[in-house]
Ligand binder design. Structure first.
Ligand SMILES: [Zn+2]
Length: 398
């Protein structure tokens, strides 16, 4: 019948767009049914992004479309339009804060083009470029709301999200059963449940939002089973409800195609962050990107690499994936054949001499291959990976 999109109903202090959608669906009249619930993460550098930078959409059906429009209109006025202007403060997030500017869209007769989704996940889009919906409400949030409807969902993963009871909203401590989490982590297609480096759960957000946990899987059935297992856990606090969303998380949709290029120069700056100057521009491997930073630091001019990353507004590429295609060898003096000692230069442009037995050779330098710390693609550790990043281990999956 048609698609509803919703975004930007949360401030940094409270609220969550997924929870707004849950509440809207809870109060749907019996004559309207819903399906294909989805959550879409958008461009991480968007200036006016919301906290988790996620927008939601759902398909609604009813024998009479005007009933849907009437319902949405009254729901908007009663519950959503008033969220405009909500601002919060957050001690662990210093970026500029924008007040919430909720947006809601309804597409029935036509569907926004999937190219709009691609634009919104890979670049900054303006409100003026949003394809017009059959009905729309509100402001800036219409960008994400429309992108969530425009997503083709051809490649997707799944997330079961459970919300806390309203009495516990705002409390920072979240109770999720540790043993249930262990069980969930062992399920075959779940991912990002726990950080093996620190043994810490990754399913619960920090901060005051109403989400208790979000558990991710590569298929819908496992996401649901995992979510139910966590809810059943004896130490898990009571929840208000749970829903399974199709998502664009772990799809790499945010990344432009792989760049094949040659390193011209490398620079290591504060905290080990590495700047790569390449034939295709400047790339940054931030200190928290772990293996990506380590591999970037290992590179020398002439090395050929494959790189994937987000293009920042400044044009600099923020590396998320890196691989060495071909490394240039070190040029070193040969070994003395008698003593197996490294020979030394006899002066510029001249041959080499053994420092021990003084044997000489015309040979000046020989190639010594360099072995990279990893020959395959490397990625940041779990806890500093973006929601949108596809784990490199999945490359071998069909
Ligand atoms: Zn020698």
């Amino acid at each position: 019948m048609g698609w509803l999109g919703l975004d930007d109903t949360d401030s940094l202090a409270a609220g969550c767009t997924t929870y707004s959608m849950h509440q809207l669906l809870q109060s749907l009249p019996n004559t309207i049914t819903h399906s294909s619930l989805r959550l879409v993460r958008l461009w991480p550098f968007a200036r006016q992004r919301t906290r988790g930078n996620a927008a939601v959409a759902v398909e609604l059906s009813c024998s009479n479309e005007s009933e849907i429009i009437e319902y949405l209109d009254s729901y908007w006025k009663a519950h959503l339009s008033g969220l405009k202007g909500e601002v919060g403060s957050s001690s662990h997030d210093e970026r500029e804060q924008f007040p919430a500017d909720p947006g809601m869209v309804w597409f029935s007769s036509k569907h926004p083009p999937s190219s709009f989704y691609t634009d919104a996940v890979r670049s900054e889009v303006s409100i003026e470029s949003v394809p017009s919906a059959d009905h729309s409400w509100g402001g800036h949030g219409r960008i994400g709301a429309t992108a969530a409807v425009a997503w083709s969902s051809q490649h997707c993963t799944w997330e079961a999200i459970a919300w806390r009871q309203s009495i516990r909203h705002g409390l920072l401590e979240r109770r999720v059963s540790a043993s249930a989490l262990q069980h969930v982590e062992a399920m075959e297609t779940t991912f990002l449940s726990r950080d093996p480096r620190h043994g810490r759960g990754l399913v619960s957000p920090r901060g005051p939002c109403p989400v208790l946990f979000g558990v991710r899987a590569r298929d819908a059935r496992t996401a649901l089973a995992a979510g139910e297992a966590l809810r059943r856990g004896s130490e898990t606090e009571a929840t208000e409800g749970m829903r399974v969303f199709a998502t664009n998380q772990a799809t790499d949709d945010h990344l432009p195609p792989t760049i094949h290029t040659t390193v011209l120069k490398t620079e290591v700056v504060a905290k080990g962050t590495c700047i790569l100057h390449t034939k295709h521009g400047t790339m940054l491997a931030f200190s928290e990107t772990g293996d990506v930073k380590n591999l970037a630091q290992w590179l020398i001019p002439g090395d050929e690499i494959e790189a994937r990353g987000l293009v920042h507004q400044s044009g600099v590429i923020h590396l998320e994936k890196l691989r060495v295609e071909r490394s240039v060898p070190h040029r070193i003096r040969p070994l003395c054949q008698q003593c197996e000692v490294r020979m030394k230069s006899m002066g510029s442009g001249q041959g080499s001499r053994c420092p021990k037995c003084k044997a000489r050779t015309e040979v000046q330098l020989i190639d010594s291959p360099r072995t990279p710390p990893s020959r395959s693609w490397v990625q940041p550790p779990l806890d500093s990976r973006r929601h949108l990043a596809r784990p490199v281990e999945w490359d071998s999956l069909i």
